[in-house]
Design a binder for this molecule. Structure first.
Ligand SMILES: Cc1cc2nc3c(=O)[nH]c(=O)nc-3n(C[C@H](O)[C@H](O)[C@H](O)COP(=O)(O)O)c2cc1C
Length: 305
C-alpha cells in the first residue's frame, strides 16, 4: 500500500501538498477550510510588522496561462495576525508563517513573533517581485540571502524556509547561500516578474504596472529551478509553480522536491484541488510500485543525488 505522508524537517504531514502563501490564507477560518479540503500543511499570507493596504486595483489579471498579480503584500500586521494563526492551528496540520520585511532586523523580529504566535515553521518571503522595499531586496544576492537567514535563524527553534526568486541568473547560488545561512529548507519558486497591457486603454492593466506571473505558464521554470537546486544543496526543497494535477506535483518531486505548494490552482479550481492532486499521486505510486514519496524524490536525476 502506497502512502503519501512525509516528514519535512520534523513537520509531520499527511501528504506532501501545502497551500502556497497568498491564496485563501489571510484568515484562520479560510486556512482551516483549506486544511479540511486536504492540504497537508498551510503557509500563511506573507505578514509584515505594520498593517499594509497593498497596491490599488486592478491588482490581479486573469490570463489564459495563469494569473498576474500585484497585490502589494496587503496584511493586518503581525500583532493582529497572531490571532489568525491561533485560529488556523485548530486545523491540526502544520501552519507555516510567511513573513516579509525591509531589513534583517525586521525579518528576524517577525520570525520570532511567528514562533511566539504558534507557527510550526517560518517561511521568509525573499522574493516578491512587486513590493518595493519589501520584495527581493533581501533575496537577490547570495550574500543578502545568507545574511538574512543567519540572522533569522539565530534564536529560532522551529524550522526556517527561504522562499527564493526565479528572477535571478542563478537560483542555485541563492539556495546554497540559504543553506549556509542555516535555512532548514528552500521554497522555489515565487512568481516571475511580468506585465499585461490593455490595447483599448493603451496602458498597463495593473495599477502597479508590473506584477508576478503564476500558474501553469511558470511550471517549466519552477521545475528547472528545483532541478538545479537539487544538484546544489542537501536541505529539502519545496517546489511551487503551476501545480494543478498529481502529475504536475510528481514532476516537481522527481525534479527534487520533498513537498509541493499550490497557489493559483486553489484560486481557479478551489480547495478541492488538494484531494484531487493527492488522489492522482497515490494512483500513480500504486500503479508504479512506489511505497513512499521519498522513493520518488529526485529520480529524474540520472544516478540520484
Ligand atoms: C494572488 C497571489 C498572492 C500571492 N501572495 C504571496 C505572498 O504574500 N507571499 C509569497 O511568498 N508568495 C505569494 N504568492 C506567490 C505564491 O505563493 C506562489 O509562489 C506562486 O504563485 C507560484 O505558485 P502557483 O503557480 O501555484 O500559484 C502569491 C501568488 C498569488 C497568485
Amino acid at each position: 500500500m502506497a502512502r503519501l505522508s512525509v516528514d519535512l524537517c520534523g513537520l509531520r504531514m499527511k501528504n506532501p501538498t501545502m497551500l502556497a502563501s497568498g491564496v485563501l490564507d489571510e484568515t484562520g477560518k479560510s486556512m482551516v477550510a483549506v486544511a479540511k479540503a486536504g492540504a497537508g500543511a498551510i503557509v500563511t499570507k506573507s505578514v509584515g510588522r505594520e498593517p499594509r493596504p497593498g497596491h490599488g486595483n486592478p491588482c490581479v489579471v486573469e490570463l489564459e496561462c495563469g494569473l498576474l498579480n500585484a497585490m502589494g503584500l496587503p496584511n493586518p500586521g503581525i500583532e493582529a495576525f497572531a490571532q489568525e494563526i491561533r485560529e488556523a492551528k485548530k486545523a491540526g496540520v502544520p501552519i507555516i508563517g510567511s513573513v516579509f520585511g525591509g531589513s534583517e532586523d525586521e525579518m528576524a523580529g517577525l520570525t520570532m513573533a511567528m514562533q511566539r504566535a504558534g507557527a510550526d515553521a517560518v517561511e521568509l518571503n525573499l522574493s516578491c517581485p512587486h513590493a518595493r522595499g519589501y520584495g527581493t531586496e533581501l533575496g537577490s544576492t547570495p550574500e543578502a540571502v545568507e545574511s538574512v537567514c543567519r540572522r533569522a535563524k539565530q534564536d529560532l527553534k522551529v524550522p526556517l524556509f527561504a522562499k527564493l526568486t526565479p528572477n535571478t541568473p542563478s537560483i542555485s547560488a541563492l539556495a546554497v547561500a540559504a543553506a549556509h545561512g542555516g535555512a532548514d529548507g528552500v521554497v522555489a519558486i515565487n512568481t516571475l516578474k511580468g506585465m499585461a497591457i490593455s490595447t483599448e486603454a493603451r496602458m498597463p492593466i495593473l495599477a502597479n504596472k508590473v506584477g508576478g506571473l503564476s500558474g501553469p505558464a511558470i511550471k517549466p521554470v519552477g521545475l528547472r529551478c528545483v532541478y538545479e537546486i537539487y544538484d546544489s544543496v542537501e536541505i529539502p526543497i519545496i517546489g511551487v509553480g503551476g501545480i494543478c494535477s498529481g502529475r504536475d506535483a510528481l514532476e516537481y518531486v522527481m525534479a527534487g522536491a520533498s513537498a509541493v505548494q499550490i497557489g493559483t490552482a486553489v484560486w481557479t479550481e478551489g480547495p478541492g484541488v488538494f484531494s484531487k492532486v493527492c488522489r492522482e499521486m497515490l494512483a500513480f505510486m500504486e500503479e508504479n510500485g512506489f511505497k513512499t514519496v521519498g522513493e520518488l524524490v529526485g529520480v529524474a536525476h540520472a544516478g540520484g543525488r
